[in-house]
Design a protein around this ligand. Structure first.
Ligand SMILES: *[C@@H]1O[C@H](CO)[C@@H](O)[C@H](O)[C@H]1NC(C)=O
Ligand SMILES: *[C@@H]1O[C@H](CO)[C@@H](O)[C@H](O)[C@H]1NC(C)=O
Ligand SMILES: *[C@@H]1O[C@H](CO)[C@@H](O)[C@H](O)[C@H]1NC(C)=O
Ligand SMILES: *[C@@H]1O[C@H](CO)[C@@H](O)[C@H](O)[C@H]1NC(C)=O
Length: 196
């Protein structure tokens, strides 16, 4: 048997180091990816959505074209707070204002509450709107809207609250509602709800 060539101690050290890097390298890359994903997906704070969804139920609707154009509508509005964060969104009590042609015709109160992580909080609010604030405004489009058979209302509101992440980080987040609701006078039903 030929004698073994003497091992170069430096080469052996280098081999050991390469072996170590081969083990640790993929692990380090995995760690960096995990941390990036955590920072970009889990810790990112998204603005919750605050809107009126489809499914408004009209309970009562009166309208007159003479002597003056007027309306009186009662309905239940399904308000939704959609929270796509990886943590709950806690919000303060708020008011949703319903307007016609920029004039306030009714309000609804949203009680203080919480939308859980990755879920939608459902709040059904009773709304009564009438044209008493619009009556006598000759520049209002109410008369022509009522004779065309479609009444358009706008709903606005702002929720102020906090998104909580990992049970400790809290980030203030506000969200605005801006919806347009078209109500068919003839069928006494909601034609469309569009939110920004
Ligand atoms: C709407 O509700 C109010 C108060 O509950 C009531 O006075 C009014 O008559 C209702 N209007 C219609 C059209 O049902
Ligand atoms: C009258 O109606 C117009 C158009 O809808 C609106 O811009 C204006 O603010 C109203 N005026 C009053 C006094 O409500
Ligand atoms: C019309 O709405 C106002 C508030 O916007 C309210 O004070 C009034 O009682 C309502 N009128 C009727 C007839 O429901
Ligand atoms: C609300 O939405 C309407 C369009 O539907 C848009 O013209 C208006 O500027 C929006 N208002 C706010 C305050 O964002």
């Amino acid at each position: 048997m030929a004698p073994l060539a003497p091992l170069d101690p430096l080469a052996s050290k280098r081999r050991k180091m390469m072996k170590f890097l081969a083990y640790i390298g993929p692990f380090a890359v995995f760690q960096v990816i995990a941390i990036l994903l955590f920072a970009l997906v889990v810790m990112r704070v998204r603005t919750p959505k605050f809107r009126v969804s489809d499914g408004i139920a009209i309970h009562g609707l009166d309208r007159k074209n003479s002597p003056a154009a007027s309306f009186d509508v009662n309905f239940t509005a399904p308000v939704r707070i959609k929270n796509t964060n990886f943590g709950p969104y806690k919000y303060d009590a708020a008011t949703v204002i319903f307007t016609h042609g920029g004039v306030e015709v009714g309000q609804a109160a949203i009680p203080k509450g919480k939308a859980n992580l990755k879920s939608t909080k459902k709040v059904n609010v009773a709304v009564t709107v009438n044209s008493s604030a619009v009556a006598g405004n000759s520049s209002s489009s109410l008369g022509s809207e009522l004779s065309s058979g479609v009444l358009t209302l706008n709903s606005r509101g702002r929720l102020n609250g906090k998104v909580e992440l990992m049970f400790i980080f809290k980030k203030k987040k506000s969200t605005d509602m801006n919806c347009s609701i078209s109500i068919s006078m003839a069928s006494k039903a909601v034609q469309s709800v569009r939110c920004e």
